[in-house]
Every structure is written in C-alpha cells, then in structure tokens.
Design a binder for this molecule. Structure first.
Ligand code: F6R
Length: 578
C-alpha cells in the first residue's frame, strides 16, 4: 500500500529513487513521483500512471542532485490524478514529503491549517503533514518542527521528508513499514528491503513509533518519547536478482517456478520451538487474510485432525468482533509480508488479552515478527508479484512440518515439479475460460481451501467472477446458478472424498455444466469434458499438486485477457490499511 523511498549520499538520487520505485511498484501503481533537492531548490515531478510511464514522460532521471524522495501511490484519500500524486510540498516549497498510511485526524488538522492561511493543492490526507511541519517551522527549527508534527498525527504512517538545503532526510513510522539501508556515507529509506538491495545488504528495520534523521555522515534513531535507539543492523542474504524477472515474462510465472526451491528452503527451517508452543497450547487461533487465510484453514484442519487440537482459523479483520482470546490461547498469525494491518491489529488484540503469539512470515524484521513471542520464517525469498504464489506453498510446507513428524523433505518439492509439468495443458484451457462470466470451483476436504485459493487467484488476476464451494454445498443454493455451459473446475484427487465429488460432478453435468477436472480417477476422467490427470500421492499431500495447477490457470487466463498478472487493478501487495 504505497511504496516510499528516500536517498541521501553521493550518487545521482533520481536514478537510485527511480530504481527503488520500480522495485516497489507492487505496493501501488496509481501514480508515481519524485522530489530532488538541488541547487534550484526542491524539484518535484509526479503524475498518475505506472512509474515507468510517468518517469518516461516527466524525465525523472533528468533531475540532478544527491538527495531526494519518491513514492508509488495506492489511492486512499482522493482520486487517482496528477495533483494527488506524492511528493507533496509546503506552501513555500522548502520541504517535500512522501507518506504511506492513513492520517485519521487529517480533516481537523486541515481545517486548522487552512484557517492559518495554508493553501492545499491536493485532496490527500498526506498533504496536511507537510503544512503542519511548515506551520511549526514558524517558531522552531525543522527537526523540532518535524517531531512536533508527528506528535499530532493519528493513524498510520511511514514518512520521508526532504528539505531544500539538501543536507538531511527526516523519517518517521507508526504502523507502516520502513527500513533504512546503510551504505558508505549514503543512506536509503524504503518501505521494503528489495528496493535497496542493489546498493546494500545492511538493513535496519525501523521500530514502530520511531523517528530517523540521516545526513551523509550518519543517522540517528529515537522513539516518540525522545529516547535514543541503538540501530539493530541485519545482513540480508537476498540477491538483488530477486527484483528481476530472470527471463520470465512476469514475476508471477517466475515465482510459480521458484516454488520447488522455495519449498526446499522452507522445509529446512527449524520449527522445534514453534512445535513446542503448539503441543502445549490449549486453544489455537490462526489469524490471516486472503491467501494466507487459506493456509490457515488447512492448518486448522490438520491441527484438529492429526494433533487433536482445538484450533480455529479466523479472517483477521473479523477477529476482534468474533474472537475471545485469553491466556490459554496460542494466536498464530500467518502473513507473507508481516505488515498486513488487519492481521497486526488482530494479533495486538490477542496479545492485549494475554494470548501467546507465534508468527509465520516471510519478512525478517517485519512488524509481525517484532511483536510475536516466536517466529518461523518462510525463507521463500522476496515475492514481487502482487499475487502470493511461492509464499503460500511455503506457508503450507511449514504447516506440514509443524504437523507431521518424519516428513520426507524431498516429496513435497517433487509434487510441485510434477504439477508444473502440466503447464502447456493448463495454458490450453485459458481460451475456453477467458470469456465466461462466472466460474465455479468445487472440491472437498483439504482440496477445498485450495479451490478457494484457485478462485481467489482467478478473480483477482482475470477480473472474472469465480467462487469455490465444497462439493456438498452446491445443492444448498449455488446449484441454481448452474446452467448449460457454466464452467465448473473440480479438484478430484483419489482421497476419501472421491465417491462424493463424483456424485457432485454428475449433478452439475445433469444441468449442462462444462466440467474441467484435475484428477487421477479413471471414472471421473470419463465423466467430464476436460480432464488433466495428476499423479497419485498420499491423500494429505494433494494440496501441493493442485495448487501450482490452479496458479498456472489463473496466470494464463489473466494473460489471455490482456491483463498484467503482476499488477491487477486496485490491488497492492502488503495491505497496510485496515
Ligand atoms: C492474494 C494475496 C492476498 C494476500 C493478503 C495477505 O494473491 O496475495 O490475498 O495473501 O493480502 O497478505 P499477507 O500474507 O502479506 O498478510
């Protein structure tokens, strides 16, 4: 949800910032902008559209200067247009700022600032911050003006501010991610680590409610109560190549193919402490959103069935309304980014009610990692495509490792490989689905959350309506939607649910549905319009065979409809607003 970047050092800032913005584009692509401080003052270029287009037409890299800030927007307050693009400057043009988050008390502050004569150029909540700082500067130095402005803000924010003299960058964070990359006499601010990997692997994740001030000779961090904080430097191992497509047309396809390696890495993660927490837990609440929620459902089923635990999966944004955590609850948050606001709020609620916290996340030093008692990292490597693929299968791999003793490390990655061998057949399904209005997925047991994931991927990437149902639920309502030619995608592995899903196929065929099945049952292959036969494996392991097939299906339907699957409309990775 918005990418922010800042640079101070000896390089051409506009080039560093543009590269960072391209890497951070998965956080928002409604508009892009850059502000560079140089001998002319602060020069701002910004506009609606994707960063490459805006930068090409406004010539971002023609700006000279060695300090600056940049922004990719995912619109919250104010429509998508040039004037609402960041950076925003004050009335005098002495300072400019980029912001990720939502300022909840912006309206009151804006009225106050207007009454004091400030002229606003945009409809955003973000612009009030820069005017607030300008107002404070009437009676104090910039550093104090910045700190006092931050004290007045309610909501969530990661902010970077550049000043006209070009000597310092000012930053602050509360409930929105911010990291500092450390170079030699140069510092990088960013919403996420991949944005700075080409320049440095020394990273300081900034703690919540902290302020950072950087000059070329150093930087200082202090919290909102003014206490100095010692920076905790982590050395990341990720290569800068993660931000490149490596010969694939899209990050999504690259990441679907990276799953085999990602799973090897995930499965070699040590989960013994987390396992102990689970064994000792009386009640388990698993909290997540979107794709990660589908992993939570599988987790809860396996915990109930195989470890006989009292476990429930919760959609994070619903948690505070419907859950009742206490000291006997182990709250497990699953989040690729570790920054999803809904998940963080839910987990804070669980913590405030004395629950213990376990996190499954991919991002070292993320907000989720910092508030949890124990963390299991997915080790899947950064995910650049908006749609989660390899991180979802990595979440499943960790879950399986937590549940099953003696899990054979090689079996799961091999299943992924087997699924990917069907790529061409899956691709050939895309023309048959791309003009359909409604597509239904049916499955049973552990395949049902995978069907939910298949439907989510298809709708978010192809803009077609897709829904998943447990096969047995059709007759309780959705069957009335099944008419001649309506596509039904069936996951039918030969597990205990096979006879029942066979019956469901009969029901929809009798109503003229066009049925595509992923199966290894000879009876089902005979019954359906198109079958892709999958290999046989243990019944619990079918999710690893079905998942890549559905990811590829969503990918190819998206591409066949002329959509960029890496950048679906209205979406952003890492949803840092509630
Ligand atoms: C869909 C997708 C989202 C995320 C969700 C949670 O492809 O990626 O549904 O799964 O926004 O994100 P994390 O896992 O970062 O908390």
């Amino acid at each position: 949800m918005c990418g922010i970047i800042g640079y101070i050092g000896f390089r051409k800032a506009s080039e560093v910032i543009l590269q960072g913005l391209k890497t951070l584009e998965y956080r928002g692509y409604d508009s892009a902008g850059i502000a560079i401080s140089n001998e002319k003052g602060i020069e701002i270029r910004k506009g609606a559209g994707k960063v490459a287009d805006v930068s090409n037409s406004l010539l971002f890299t023609s700006l000279n200067g060695k300090i600056g800030i940049g922004h990719n927007r995912w619109a919250t307050h104010g429509k998508v247009c040039d004037k609402n693009a960041h950076p925003h400057s004050d009335c005098s043009g002495n300072i400019a700022l980029v912001h990720n988050g939502v300022i909840e008390n912006y309206f009151v502050l804006k009225e106050e600032l207007i009454s004091k004569g400030h002229k606003f150029k945009s409809e955003t909540d973000s612009e009030i911050i820069v005017h607030l700082i300008e107002e404070n500067c009437k009676s104090m130095w910039l550093e104090n003006a910045f700190v006092e402005a931050i004290e007045k803000l309610q909501g969530s924010y990661a902010i970077v501010l550049v000043e006209k003299s070009g000597q310092k960058l000012f930053a602050a964070r509360k409930n929105s991610p911010l990291i500092v990359g450390i170079g030699k006499q140069e510092y990088f601010f960013a919403s996420d680590i991949p944005a700075v990997l080409s320049y440095t692997k020394k990273i300081v994740p900034i703690e919540d409610e902290c302020i950072v001030i950087a000059s070329r000779s150093g930087f200082k961090i202090f919290n909102f109560t003014g206490t100095k904080i010692k920076p905790k430097i982590i050395k990341v191992k990720w290569s800068s190549k993660v931000a490149e497509k490596g010969g694939f047309p899209h990050f999504m396809l690259k990441e679907i193919y990276e799953q085999k390696l990602a799973l090897y890495n995930s499965l070699s993660t040590n989960v013994s402490k987390a396992k102990k927490m689970i064994v000792n837990a009386k009640n388990i609440h698993i909290i997540a959103c979107g794709t990660s929620y589908h992993a939570s459902i599988i987790f809860s089923i396996l915990l109930e069935k195989h470890l006989k635990k009292n476990a429930k999966a919760f959609i994070a944004s619903e948690y505070r309304t419907i859950a009742n955590p206490d000291k006997d609850v182990l709250a497990i948050a699953i989040s690729q980014s570790g920054e999803t606001a809904d998940t963080l709020q839910a987990i804070r609620f669980a913590k405030s009610n004395n629950a213990k916290l376990l996190a499954l996340t991919n991002v070292v030093g993320s907000s989720l990692a910092r508030i949890s008692n124990e963390i299991v990292y997915l080790n899947a490597g950064p995910e650049m495509s908006i749609a989660a693929t390899k991180t979802f299968s990595s979440q499943l791999a960790i879950i399986y490792k937590l549940i099953f003793e003696n899990l054979e490390q090689k079996t799961i990655p091999k299943l992924i490989e087997s699924a990917l061998s069907h790529e061409q057949k899956i691709k050939s399904l895309a023309p048959k689905l791309k003009k359909k209005n409604d597509i239904f997925f049916i499955a049973r047991g552990l395949s049902y959350p995978i069907a939910m994931e298949g439907a989510l991927k298809l709708k978010e990437l192809s803009y077609l309506h897709a829904e998943a149902y447990p096969g047995g639920e059709l007759k309780h309502g959705p069957l009335s939607l099944i008419r001649s030619g309506v596509p039904i995608i069936v996951l039918a592995p030969d597990d205990e649910s096979l006879p029942k899903i066979y019956g469901n196929i009969k029901e929809v065929k009798a109503r003229g549905a066009f049925v595509i099945a992923f199966t290894n049952s000879a009876e089902i292959i005979k019954e359906v319009d198109i079958a892709i036969s999958i290999e046989k494996t243990q019944s619990e392991l079918y999710p690893f065979l079905m998942l890549p097939i559905l990811q590829l299906l969503a990918y190819y339907v998206s591409v066949s409809r002329g959509i960029d699957p890496d950048r679906p409309r209205n979406l952003a990775k890492s949803v840092t607003v509630e």
